[in-house]
Design a binder for this molecule. Sequence first.
Ligand SMILES: C[S@@+](CC[C@H](N)C(=O)[O-])C[C@H]1O[C@@H](n2cnc3c(N)ncnc32)[C@H](O)[C@@H]1O
Length: 420
Amino acid sequence: MTSPSNDSAISIARTLAGTNPGKQPSRPTSTINDPQRSKSNSPRTPVHISQHHELSVAEQAALDLENSAAVEQAQNEIDIDSGADARSMSSLGSESGYGSDTQGSSSTSLSSSVRDYAFEHGHRYHKFREGTYNFPNEESEQEREDMKHAMMVNLCQKLHFAPLGDNPQHILDMGTGTGIWAIEMGDLYPGANVLGVDLSPIQPEWVPPNVRFMVDDVESPWLRPRNHFDYIHGRHTVMAIRDWPKLMRRVLDHLKPGGWFELQEIHHYPQCHDGSMPPDHPVTQYWAYIIEGLAQLGVNFNATLLLADMMREAGFVNVTTRIFHVPIGVWPRNKVLKMVGLYWRTILIDGLDPIATGPMTRGLKWKKEEVDVWLAHVRKAYMDSWVHAHMPLHVICAQKPEAGVDYSAESYAPEGMADS
Ligand SMILES: C[S@@+](CC[C@H](N)C(=O)[O-])C[C@H]1O[C@@H](n2cnc3c(N)ncnc32)[C@H](O)[C@@H]1O
């Protein structure tokens, strides 16, 4: 990363408490720490599965039970609700209930070179290092990213798994997107400086005082000091990074000795445990095309499965993987997982066109009209209620060796994580 004073790294840090930059008020957040916090300190309205306030003791106990069953089942086997799609989903809220506000616009003091956008096939893309990332950044995509965040924290029930202690000092979020994770980390660790870096200037201005955002390319050399960060995080970046081994060496270099690296990445290939999804199902074919299109563009979308080994090869120690199954649709019996599945299916259906357009037109050279016709099949297929599909989420943590510690004899692993 380059420094904020460099042309290619314009800081859009904002500490304007009390001002509203016009950023979207209706994006979902997870509010995992304090449900009131989002209302008082953020322009975003929380959309949270687990409303921990205004519950009786018995209701709270039932909710806690459902939550812990969700975490446990998501890592083992998800119980199927046999009447899933027949039952009304009204108690869970409809997809339209997430709300969408496309009126606002952000005004930042970014230089025009990074604030400009590129347009193609009706989508808006980043202009800085144009063409590097193949997915759009328009408002509807930002809302989809925030819904993904809400889905993730309701599934995992935490923002991170690496053991950071109570007082991490410097945290980096690579490919921060809308910055929602970085902002919640800033709230969770008020003593830490949280830096979010992204190619797109799509982060809000009104953020906690310890959170900063910067437009930059994490695959370019970083001018931050070596041995600087306590924790470096990346989430949903597997479709972005071209040279993982190189990036991992850079991460290792810029972490403090003993610092932690964590990636939370979904392997975007639908799977099922009960044979209910035929191999030629349109949703499977859709993801096969995306993977092929991205490969043509120099991105290995299957890299999720390789990340842990790459971390070890880069020199990290205590590499551990935890796998969650993210259901697609409302087929789980558990209420939390049913909601996670509703979120994830909504995210995938809303993302059909923005996800497919770049890889299929740029990578596979399909005409946009051909893509549109094909997507109509896939849209319908996502609603097949007899299919009990999921995608694996890999949470991988790794530590930079402490100077002078012999890790060959080390058997340490973060709590609750299986050695991968
Ligand atoms: C799918 S979004 C995930 C956003 C965020 N990590 C989250 O989980 O909410 C991936 C983000 O990575 C950013 N990105 C892609 N390549 C990048 C690069 N080389 N440097 C910095 N950001 C990048 C994109 O602009 C996009 O906002």
